[in-house]
Design a binder for this molecule. Structure first.
Ligand code: UDP
Ligand code: MG
Length: 153
């Protein structure tokens, strides 16, 4: 099973959408294996969004990600990185496909509800950025036989 990082952005917390957004991943069948609330810092955001450092909007992005705490989640599932990213939808929420989280809850290229890892490789790097091994909870998933076929793991 793959693991991927989802960050519920500050606006998601302020707008009271934390439960609804988490519920969408739960209902899809993904397994929540780690979760915490954190106030992000300039230092961690400089690393997390290093690929955008030279963009004119970077200061706004960083301020927006520090405007309130975020909720960090690790979701586990078969092909979870791609599945979760597709559930989020296009970066610019105005272009996101109907039914995606960004389309259903936002209208902005910046204030777009969730961060999701964009590849298996980056998911591992990003999870290490925010979680330590003790943060991950091991527990059985008795409904897995109703969520996956035997070869989907
Ligand atoms: N972002 C922005 N304006 C843009 C592109 C991105 O404000 O034109 C912000 C937005 O919050 C986005 C984040 O920067 O979620 C990271 O950008 P990335 O290209 O990695 O998009 P994502 O992986 O979040 O879809
Ligand atoms: Mg990205």
């Amino acid at each position: 099973m793959e693991r991927t990082l989802v960050i519920l952005k500050p606006g998601t917390l302020q707008r009271g959408l934390v439960g609804e957004v988490i519920s969408r991943f739960e209902k899809r069948g993904l397994k929540l294996v780690a979760m915490k609330m954190k106030q992000l810092t300039p230092e961690i955001l400089d690393v997390h969004y290093a690929h955008l450092k030279n963009k004119p909007f970077f200061p706004w992005l960083r301020d927006g990600m520090m405007a309130a705490p975020v909720i960090l989640c690790c979701w586990e599932g078969f092909e979870a990185v791609r599945v979760v990213r597709e559930m989020a939808g296009a970066t610019n929420a105005r272009n996101a496909a109907p039914g995606t989280i960004r389309a259903d809850y936002s209208l902005s290229a910046q204030e777009n509800v969730v961060h999701t890892s964009d590849s298996v490789e980056n998911a591992a790097i990003e999870l290490d950025r925010f979680f330590v091994p003790e943060d991950y909870c091991e527990y059985s998933s008795p409904l897995n036989q109703y969520i996956y076929a035997p070869d989907e793991k």
